[in-house]
Design a protein around this ligand. Structure first.
Ligand code: DNO
Length: 398
């Protein structure tokens, strides 16, 4: 036993090659058909081509990350019915090709958000951070969102103002571009005008409505996932808090409970992203791992260091606020239970999530923030060692 070691690869345009992935020791690839526009069907043909490419290097397509959910589905407006039908067909097609784990998120407009993707870490490598004062400066003084000041305390507004006044034009633009950076796997970013329109569409959508829209979506797709032998694993909000007045519904233990209970099926599961949950001031990642262990089918292992204001920086994988030793132990014991119970979801794919940009990667073009070769390889090696230590000390070896 052990977790299946996986590696996120962005497809043929990723500057990191499958041959390099193979030498990290990972056996599984986590990828998506990024070339297909959100909402369109993933055909058996396209899926098979990608699968063959991965297998030709002796690797396996372990997890889809992500099969993205169209904004119309999240808002339950416009063409949402068609997009749900398309989503079901894509799931059936993935099932036909033998791919059994699909990660997705339900974050409106923005996927993961940071205020700086080029923070210099203590050893000189590059990491990312999220600072409230910078985010609020963007919201209040660049985006100038209506009623934005209601979302911040007086101190936060003052700090944001002081921060903003010290920025030069280049820094203002950099902050804007960082926040408007769209999805991992693409270098596109929204323009400020496009972004305002997108935000405005959610102006009347509360957390409860968004949650209902997710539940309605799950009620339709989970039966299809079950028939296709697919485990759907929702990714938490990153960071786990409301941003720019947008509703957010996968930020806390309570949120996850509601989602998993709404459709009680092993096909309706969770991606345990230790960094995303770990950035929440009131989240206890160990408790989340323990509580939902039986429904976790994908692990994103990374770490953060945060302060009481809610700012955080991505840190070393093993030395941060989240105790990854405990998390891994809980899930290795869960894997043992699954094997004993004869469950089929025993692979428990794990990927080292994000890694710092280290010297040997700094000359390479096109490395997506967080998705370096050396930084992630270092993380994977550390996690692998920790895992082996746990397996041996608990005598879990089979
Ligand atoms: C960031 C990633 C997320 C994740 C999606 C899943 O690095 O963990 O962007 O892929 O939210 O849908």
């Amino acid at each position: 036993m052990a977790f299946e070691e996986t590696w996120r690869w962005f497809g043929p345009n990723d500057p990191i090659t499958l041959k390099e992935v193979k030498q990290t020791g990972a056996t599984g690839v986590v990828t998506a058909l990024h070339q297909i526009p959100v909402g369109e069907i993933w055909t058996v043909d396209e899926i098979s081509k990608r699968k063959m490419l991965i297998e030709s290097e002796g690797l396996k397509w372990s997890v889809v990350e992500s099969l993205p959910v169209h904004e119309d589905i999240k808002k339950r407006k416009g063409n949402y019915k068609k997009y749900i039908d398309n989503y079901k067909i894509s799931l059936q097609n993935l099932g036909k090709c033998g791919i059994d784990t699909v990660c997705y998120n339900f974050m409106p407009v923005l996927d993961w958000s940071r205020t700086d993707l080029e923070t210099i870490y203590e050893d000189g490598s590059i990491t990312s951070k999220f600072e409230i004062k910078a985010f609020a400066a963007f919201d209040l003084f660049i985006l100038k969102r209506k009623n934005a000041e209601k979302d911040y305390t007086e101190t936060q507004i003052k700090e944001a103002k002081d921060y903003f006044e010290k920025l030069n034009d280049f820094e203002k633009e950099k902050l804007t571009n960082t926040i408007l950076f769209a999805l991992p796997g693409s270098w596109e970013k929204y323009s400020l005008e496009q972004f305002k329109v997108l935000l405005n569409d959610y102006a009347d959508i509360t957390d409860n409505e968004l949650r209902n829209n997710l539940i309605e979506f799950l009620k339709e797709i989970i039966p299809v996932a079950e028939e296709s032998n697919i485990f759907m694993v929702i990714h938490p909000d990153d960071p786990p808090r409301s941003l720019l007045g947008l509703p957010r519904i996968v930020s806390t233990k309570n949120d996850v409970e509601k989602i998993l209970n709404a459709v009680d099926s092993f096909s309706n599961g969770l991606t345990l992203c230790t960094g995303s949950f770990g950035a929440g001031l009131n989240n206890n990642v160990i408790d989340i791992a323990n509580t939902f262990a039986s429904r976790i089918n994908f692990l994103h292992l990374r770490n953060v260091r945060k302060n009481p204001n809610g700012d955080f920086m991505e840190s070393d994988h093993l030395y941060g606020d989240v105790d990854l030793y405990q998390v891994m132990k809980i899930l290795l014991l869960e894997q043992k239970r699954r094997i004993e119970a004869g469950r089929k979801d025993i692979r428990m794919p794990m990927r080292p999530d994000h890694g710092r940009l280290m010297i040997p990667d700094q000359h390479k073009k096109g490395i997506y923030p967080g998705y370096s070769l050396f930084g992630r390889m270092r993380a994977l090696a550390e996690l692998r060692g920790l895992e082996l230590g746990i397996i041996n000390s608990l005598e879990l070896k089979t």
